[in-house]
Design a protein around this ligand. Sequence first.
Ligand code: HXC
Length: 257
Amino acid sequence: MTYETLLLETRGRVAIITLNRPQALNALNSTVLAEMRQLLGELQADDGIGAVVLTGSEKAFAAGADIKEMQSLEFVDAYRADLFSGWDDVAGFRKPMIAAVSGFALGGGCELAMMCDFIIAAKTAKFGQPEITLGVIPGMGGTQRLTRAVGKAKAMDLCLTGRLMDAHEAESAGLVARVVDQERLLDEAVAAAEKIASFSQTAVGMVKETVSRAFEQTLSEGLRFERRLFHSLFATQDQKEGMAAFTEKRKPVFKNR
Ligand code: HXC
């Protein structure tokens, strides 16, 4: 299947999705959303894929939601279509997804990167929620996910002033997991994804689910949820294999059973 706004490449068990609207700095329009939902649905169902890397161009991961597409919307249109709610499907993708960010990740672009499980940034990356400069506010999770990632002070600063944050600041603030040279960005993200895809996919899925839960519930509920899932892994062959391989000083062979 070919897409108008996305490129897909597979390297072993890793799928690389590249946002591809260079003429608009990868602005996220309704076609990007429809194609992302379609493609992620396919990758979800594909047992050959263990992890995904989402990236953009050197100049822009994505410069936001498509301003030209939404410019003439009225409140009633936005409300009745529940504008941007479709992105919840992207955030709800069940396999690990790493954002490899170079250049601008602004507005919806920053929000899309934050829907991924973690962000690896090139030194050139710039993050921001400049919606305030357009007379609106973030609408794809920016006020919520950014605040959870960097805390109230910096989230307020970014959302209220619309200023951009460079990769170094984003890493110290906790938004970004690693910062690398631009030339190494994709290789670093793919290597991380390959590593993840080599582990027991049951345990990997549970890590994603439990860490994500930390943002949804209390500590005691989260700890209980974690412990129960941890217990359940003793019903898997992969746990037997992983621990046997350790004691036998060999590499484990996980079968996802
Ligand atoms: C539509 C966009 C766009 C966007 C860039 N373009 N960002 N089109 N939506 N978000 C288009 C430009 O119009 C231009 O097309 C082409 O991409 C190149 O952009 P330039 O502005 O010429 O590039 P440059 O001078 O290098 O400036 C880069 C930039 C600037 C600083 C990133 O493009 C910019 O400020 N973009 C908007 C960033 C933004 O405000 N994002 C938040 C969007 S709102 P033409 O055809 O003119 O050459 C959002 C919120 C979601 O995401 C929820 C709200 C309700």
